[in-house]
Design a protein around this ligand. Structure first.
Ligand code: AP5
Ligand code: MG
Length: 220
């Protein structure tokens, strides 16, 4: 059985969440989004959520120790045995090293890193017009990928909302943080020979076709 131990890497707004929905449906693997897990903790006002909120609202990274703990716990769940799709993790070299170590302990390794490439001006337009489903987290865009009914999720009928960190000032900081702390991971994974660079500025289904070509067929 082919293992799909996948990472989706790319700046805020590159379409990680948008493509994640397609990839997990196509390959039957769980979607592990540290951003979604942290936002759920903020909503539930857990101690971790209360600590994370101040970093997220500023567009800064939550401390490595917090997110590494989240991912280590998640990888212990049995549904990850056949593979997984990491979305928004790792974001720093220490996070990437911790993931490698955790997988090594399981006799596994990252099999592909999909890097979504999109120009900065388009990223800002995407994020400032984004709306997300409160129930299933599917992202929409008021102009680019509008829902069939305004304010209502096409996938599950949930209510759409705007993320607190999608203001222009916070978006600019998130992009700066990505360039400084996360982009160096492309080099890190290039050394392991597992990177696939994909044009993320195309229509979502066209980008997904390119991702499928890079990943190869899902097991029957
Ligand atoms: P996170 O939730 O991971 O956010 P992000 O990386 O900033 O990325 P986004 O979710 O904003 O963008 P996306 O690439 O998913 O784009 P989407 O598909 O929605 O992290 C948030 C915060 O949590 C961080 O700032 C940090 O504080 C914390 N955090 C999370 N993980 C962490 C970690 N590992 N370490 C430390 N801190 C961490 O698309 C965007 C918009 O564009 C949508 O409106 C969509 O409809 C539209 N769109 C997408 N694709 C297309 C297309 N092809 N054509 C037209 N429109 C499109
Ligand atoms: Mg996302």
């Amino acid at each position: 059985m082919t293992q799909f131990n996948l990472i989706l890497l790319g700046p805020p707004g590159a379409g990680k969440g948008t493509q994640a929905g397609r990839i997990v449906a196509g390959y039957g693997i769980p979607h592990i989004s540290t951003g979604d897990i942290l936002r759920a903790a903020v909503k539930n006002q857990t101690p971790m959520g209360l600590e994370a909120k101040k970093f997220m609202d500023a567009g800064d990274l939550v401390p490595d120790s917090v997110v590494i703990g989240i991912v280590e716990d998640r990888l212990r769940e049995p549904d990850t045995a056949k593979g997984f799709l990491m979305d928004g993790f790792p974001r720093t070299i220490p996070q990437a090293e911790a993931l490698d170590k955790a997988l090594e302990g399981l006799g596994r390794a990252v099999t592909k890193v999909i890097v979504l490439l999109v120009d900065e001006e388009l990223l800002i337009a995407r994020l400032t017009g984004r709306r997300i489903c409160r129930s299933c987290q599917t992202p929409f865009h008021v102009l680019f990928t509008p829902p069939k009914t305004e304010g209502v999720c096409d996938a599950c009928g949930g209510e759409l909302y705007q993320r607190d960190d999608d203001t222009e000032t916070t978006v600019r900081n998130r992009l700066e943080v990505y360039g400084r702390q996360t982009e160096p991971l492309i080099d890190y994974y290039d050394k392991a020979g597992v990177v696939a660079r994909i044009d993320g500025a195309q229509l979502p289904d066209v980008t997904y076709k390119d991702i499928r070509a890079a990943l190869g067929p899902a097991d029957a």
